[in-house]
Design a binder for this molecule. Structure first.
Ligand code: SAH
Ligand code: SF4
Length: 362
């Protein structure tokens, strides 16, 4: 058994069957994968972990993804949009503490007012940091014109998860209308690349109806799309969502967690020089989830800079950790956690994906 895993790991490229076998292996066997992915990480991206301060800008969303707590159809949350001053304060905190980079995330909105607000904020962030603070956006699908405007205003990277790369499965997890269309999601990713962003995408792991071959296809999708960054994490059910009715069909949390670690590790082996996030959803299942993800290949962490009073209303999934932790506590806690994982923080460094740089130079 063990030798079979070892011989697959020696291959230059994995086939879909290889990936299915590796993703199906037990906890004992998975250690071999983790040893390998750790070695690849140390050799290719080193021990530096980069901070991206996360600002959960607004929970207004025009979409209704069946898994997400802040979907438009959920009336339980008080809707908010952070005032500009608070966003700029959070950006300044990141800049002063040498985070070098922030992520602005929110529900999806395509109206003029929203588009203008983001553009204005990007210009202000450029101004107060004299162009030194890098900004990643995670604001869903937009037109090419909008992506271009935000790029021109100073955004460098964009996170848009494909969520699942299997179009049929995508249909089962989203309402059946033109606003939730798999092909449009792919087109948005292509558009982002065309405009010049560093592209991050990702998937949820352990969703109802999702199979191991689906996850193998997700890894192949990342490779074929030649992504620069990835953010993947376990799916975590939320009781105010339509998908909650399938909770009995889910893998137990521990298994979802192990599967997520394997996905991170295998992606590191396959795409050696990309940036991979140790996501908060990993920590939701295991208190040391993010450190464990760093140990098997992740190299980016997103400390939450959202003011605490908004966090209860930005619950994409339940049991989200650190709801009452201010930025300062969050930072100290992460410093300790990263040291425990044997890594160091790349303070003051943008930490651009090496993959992106190589892609640009080739
Ligand atoms: N509205 C934007 C960004 C905010 S949502 C977008 O959809 O792209 C950010 C991510 O949260 C989504 O891409 C999804 O992968 C994740 N998410 C939503 N609901 C989740 C759940 N129940 N469990 C785990 N992750 C979830
Ligand atoms: Fe809105 Fe994003 Fe949640 Fe979908 S995943 S409902 S687009 S916030």
């Amino acid at each position: 058994m063990d030798t079979e895993i070892k011989s697959i790991l020696k291959k230059e490229t994995f086939s879909k069957e290889d990936l299915v076998r590796l993703l199906s292996c037990n906890e004992e066997e998975s250690r071999k994968i983790f040893e390998r992915s750790k070695a690849v990480k140390d050799e290719q991206v080193g021990k530096k972990v980069y901070f991206r301060g996360l600002i959960e800008y607004s929970n207004y969303c025009s979409k209704n993804c069946l898994y997400c707590g802040i979907r438009a159809g959920n009336s339980r949350y008080i809707r908010y949009q952070m005032p500009d001053e608070e966003v700029l304060e959070a950006a300044k905190y990141a800049f002063d503490h040498k985070f070098a980079s922030i992520v602005i995330q929110s529900g999806e909105r395509n109206d003029r007012k929203f588009i203008n607000s983001i553009e204005r904020l990007l210009r202000e962030i450029q101004r107060i940091s004299e162009g030194m603070l890098h900004v990643t956006l995670s604001l869903g699908e937009q037109t090419e014109e909008t992506y271009q405007r935000w790029f021109a205003a100073g955004a460098h990277r964009y996170l848009l998860r494909i969520e699942v790369s299997n179009p049929e499965l995508y249909r089962k997890l989203h309402p059946n209308d033109k606003h939730h269309d798999y092909n449009k999601r792919i087109e948005a990713l292509i558009r982002l690349r065309k405009v010049g962003y560093q592209i991050g995408t990702g998937v949820m792991i352990g969703l109802p109806f999702q199979t191991i071959p689906d996850l193998a296809d997700d890894l192949i999708f990342f490779r074929d799309f030649d992504i620069d960054m990835a953010g993947m994490g376990p799916y975590i059910e939320h009781k105010d969502t339509p998908l909650y009715q399938f909770r009995k069909e889910l893998l137990p949390l521990r298994e979802r967690f192990l599967l997520s670690l394997k996905m991170v590790a295998l992606l590191r082996i396959i795409m050696k020089d990309i940036n991979i996030a140790a996501t908060t959803a990993m920590q939701t299942i295991d208190p040391q989830g993010r450190e464990k993800a760093l140990l098997v290949g992740a190299n980016v962490i997103m400390p939450n800079l959202t003011p605490v009073n908004y966090r209860q209303n930005y619950l994409l999934y339940e049991n989200k950790p650190c709801l009452d932790e201010e930025a300062e506590e969050c930072k100290s806690c992460l410093e300790a956690r990263i040291a425990l994982a044997g890594d160091e923080i790349g303070y003051g460094e943008w930490g651009d994906s090496r993959h992106f740089k190589r892609r640009q130079n080739s």
